[in-house]
Design a binder for this molecule. Structure first.
Ligand SMILES: [Zn+2]
Length: 350
């Protein structure tokens, strides 16, 4: 099966990966075989392409990219009960060890043994079919497209971030960064009840997309004391109830407490490869609560329910779709980080 392979840093190809094909032939009793339809390009896929590593995860051998996926069930294992051939589905890309201490505590996303697609040395799913556990495969509502369903994975990060922040109806929120993760966090924060949501970025194009998501969004160009100045002046100097950091920029992270109200919550989402300064004094005088998230746990069904009901619309975030044959070109474009693109997706031949 032709797959989109990261051979090494800066080198991609479309080719067969015989060893993966052999492994994928085995369908366990609780697995389903899925014909892939749409795969989103994630910042992590692009980072492995451009840098060859993310923190401790280093690409040492050729690796198939992709982990944001939807498709159709084409075969079911003997003990599968929830899914049937022909079901349209999306997949949670991380499979934990169900017996690990973290899994038994319900924190399966931080299980050190989790096998996550396209995180070395685990292959991703930019290939025609894959085998996946039924437990991590979710049936789509009829009105959710494959493209929207492939957004369930990044949306899960936003929903987990809104959940950890414990948003209350009527809260004032700030999302630092209007990249894909910042925007799915904005959607989740609005669905969770934020009455007003300041979204910051350096790109005017991204701010326009953010502003288009809801009348409750206030776009703010980052830098020059923003967004703190605007948030504080709009709230009589009190500040925002919740701040989500989704830039991954040490500079933005250093100022996370500035727009925060007393008793508020800062949730750190953006990955930081190096240690960053943390203003403990600014956090202390506000009695700030600080949350960290790593991916998500138990949120895919919620994401699909909200996509199905129209509570959340991810379509404005999908800015470009490529055919699988043009997959390498898609990654070259993504690597240039064009400001007008939010989520680019690749469609596999059906
Ligand atoms: Zn992703």
């Amino acid at each position: 099966m032709r797959s989109l392979v990261l051979e090494r840093q800066h080198e991609l190809s479309l080719r067969d990966v015989p060893q993966v094909d052999r492994e994928e032939e085995t369908l366990g009793p609780r697995d389903v075989r899925i014909k892939l339809h749409t795969v989103g390009i994630c910042g992590s896929d692009v980072h492995y392409y451009t840098h060859g590593r993310i923190g401790p995860f280093v690409v040492r051998d050729p690796m198939i990219l992709g982990h944001e996926a939807s498709g159709t069930v084409i075969e079911t294992g003997a003990e599968v009960t929830r899914l049937a051939v022909g079901d349209r589905v999306c997949m949670e890309p991380g499979i934990p060890d169900p017996n690990s201490r973290a899994s038994r505590l319900g924190l399966y996303n931080v299980d050190p043994a989790v096998r996550f697609w396209a995180t070395p040395p685990v292959h991703g799913i930019l290939r025609p079919t894959c085998v996946h556990p039924e437990a991590f495969t979710f049936k789509l509502p009829d009105n959710v497209s494959f493209a929207e369903a492939a957004m369930a994975e990044p949306l899960a990060v936003g929903v987990h971030a809104a959940t950890k922040a414990r948003v209350k109806p009527g809260d004032v929120g700030v999302v630092l960064g209007a990249g894909p993760i910042g925007l799915v966090t904005a959607l989740a924060a609005l669905a969770a009840g934020c009455a007003r949501l300041y979204v910051t970025d350096l790109s005017d194009t991204k701010l326009e997309i953010a502003a288009g998501l809801s009348p409750a969004v206030v776009p703010v160009r980052a830098g020059g004391g923003e967004p703190a100045a605007t948030v504080l002046s709009d709230t009589d100097g009190w500040g925002a109830d919740v701040v989500w950091e989704a830039t991954g920029s040490p500079k933005a992270a250093a100022g996370v407490f500035e727009p925060l109200a007393p008793g508020g919550c800062v949730t750190l989402i953006g990955g930081q490869s190096d240690a960053i300064p943390y203003d403990a004094g600014a956090a202390m005088v506000r009695e700030a609560r600080v949350e960290n998230i790593f991916r998500y746990a138990h949120v895919f069904p919620r994401c699909l329910a909200m996509l199905g009901s129209g509570t959340i619309d991810v379509r404005p975030l999908i800015t470009r779709t490529y055919a699988f044959e043009d997959g390498v070109a898609a990654f070259e474009r993504a690597a240039e980080a064009p400001p007008e693109e939010v989520k680019m997706q690749i469609e596999l031949p059906q």
